[in-house]
Design a protein around this ligand. Structure first.
Ligand SMILES: [Zn+2]
Length: 445
């Protein structure tokens, strides 16, 4: 008989979403030092643990990655629906320009609560004025994420968000990088510009080149509006990815948010430079439908993002379901093809795509050696049970509120829907107080 081994967390009698996006029943998962130590059939378990989850109604799956969130826009929930484009210029950036450091911190607390409680375990933020304040909150929350400074030198940008010069913008990004280097490793820096058409050519070149020099990933909104692609061509004579490639600006690790309007030669650049993309289905409905089947066919990593709470909240299960519907209407109906975007593909995008791809190949799978970022879905509820196919049911019926437990980096951050790392009542009180003191927070014109 083999000896009993010890681990930090032991999950028993579980259904598990495998790396092939199939369901294996009656499994164990042993977690040690932030990683999955071993997984397999429960009758082979040989571990004792500090903490045990033993519930055969749970389906354990990798945590979801929000590949494009705007931490600063948590107070814009409910404000953006039915607003005429272009929303980010007319509403979002002016709103963010008024956020103080303490309000930014509160916004991060609200975003962290919402992400954890809806099954998101990692994220890529699109940039704010106070990423160090975000980092302080996210570090304590237990989440894993990338943060950046909102970098913009447009004369049309609000003064409080406008970089006074290219040198000042680079200095600020490097300051942020140094500050975040002091974090645990779960919170890491990226460089960014708001969007290429919103900044000067000098700034765009400088940030992309500095990403390469400093070996820091680069992220930006790209090919989000057809009009932005046209504007880019007017300024630079080429489509965005083609120009960046010709100018040899593409850093080793780059993430493209939205990426809706792509030509085939741009898709070729994405493939050649291994650039993952993040679609934000709810937000993108006001813009267009991306060529995702073609991207996946060309082995480009595609993930999901919420685009911030102002675009319908941060629940990625909803984004998965909406994206499936969009793809079906746009590409499946005309060809009577019901498998344009199969359930397994959608789930794989949610756990491995975009931001997860930026971190490394091991993420997004329940297997030995992978980071222990895991969520448990409570399948014992009328919305999810009984089912003839759990994978289909996850796509069609699950929501963030079905997530019962969350483990990030090998530590329990939510148990029985109670978030262990944050004081929800205190944040609720602070939010009410902040709204009383700053009426524009919840009543932005
Ligand atoms: Zn965005």
């Amino acid at each position: 008989m083999s000896a009993t081994l010890h681990c930090d967390i032991l999950i028993r009698h579980a259904s598990v979403l495998t790396p092939e996006m199939k369901i294996a029943t009656n499994q164990f998962i042993a977690v040690q030092d932030g990683k999955i130590l071993m997984t397999g059939p429960d009758d082979k378990v040989q571990f004792s643990a500090e903490e045990t989850y033993d519930d055969d109604d749970l389906l354990w799956m990798p945590g979801l990655t929000d590949g494009h969130i705007h931490t600063s826009q948590q107070f814009l929930r409910g404000r953006l629906l039915d607003v005429k484009p272009v929303i980010w210029k007319r509403v979002n950036v002016p709103f963010e320009s008024r956020l103080t450091e303490s309000l930014s911190k509160l916004s991060a607390s609200l975003a962290a609560l919402e992400m954890i409680s809806s099954g998101t375990t990692s994220f890529v933020d699109a940039g704010g004025k106070y990423p160090e304040a975000f980092a302080d909150v996210y570090e304590r929350s237990g989440l894993r994420g990338f943060l950046t400074v909102m970098t913009n030198d447009s004369p049309h940008a609000p003064e409080s968000l406008r970089a006074p010069s290219v040198d000042a913008a680079i200095k600020r990004l490097r300051e942020m990088k140094s500050a975040l280097t002091g974090c645990s490793g779960r919170i890491t820096p990226i460089y960014s510009v708001t969007t290429p058409t919103a900044v000067s050519e000098d700034l765009l070149r400088a940030v992309m080149q500095t990403s390469t020099e400093d070996n820091v990933p680069f992220e930006t909104h790209l090919n989000e509006y057809a009009s932005e692609v046209t504007e880019f061509i007017e300024r630079y004579g080429e489509r965005p990815f083609i120009w960046m490639e010709k100018e040899q600006l593409i850093p080793q690790r780059m993430l493209a948010a939205h990426a809706i309007f792509l030509s085939q030669d741009e898709i070729d650049v994405l493939r050649e430079y291994n650039i993952p993309v993040v679609h934000c289905p709810f937000s993108n409905c006001g813009k267009g439908v991306p060529p995702t089947p073609q991207l996946l066919h060309d082995h480009i990593s595609c993930g999901f993002g919420s685009d911030g709470a102002g675009h319908g909240g941060l629940d990625l299960f909803r984004e998965i379901r909406l994206f499936r519907s969009l793809m079906q209407v746009e590409r499946g109906v005309t060809t009577a093809d019901s498998s344009v975007m199969p359930a397994e593909t959608l789930l794989s995008m949610a756990v491995r795509g975009g931001g997860a791809a930026l971190r490394g190949a091991l993420d997004g799978s329940i297997k030995a050696g992978a980071p222990a970022d895991l969520i448990a879905i409570d399948m014992d509820c009328p919305r999810l049970w009984p089912t003839q196919n759990m994978v289909h049911t996850l796509v069609e019926c699950a929501s963030g509120s079905d997530v019962k437990h969350s483990i990030i980096d090998g530590k329990s951050v939510m148990k029985d829907r109670k978030i262990l790392t944050m004081d929800m009542e205190k944040i609720r009180y602070e939010t009410g107080h902040a709204a009383d003191e700053n009426p524009w927070l919840t009543n932005w014109i």
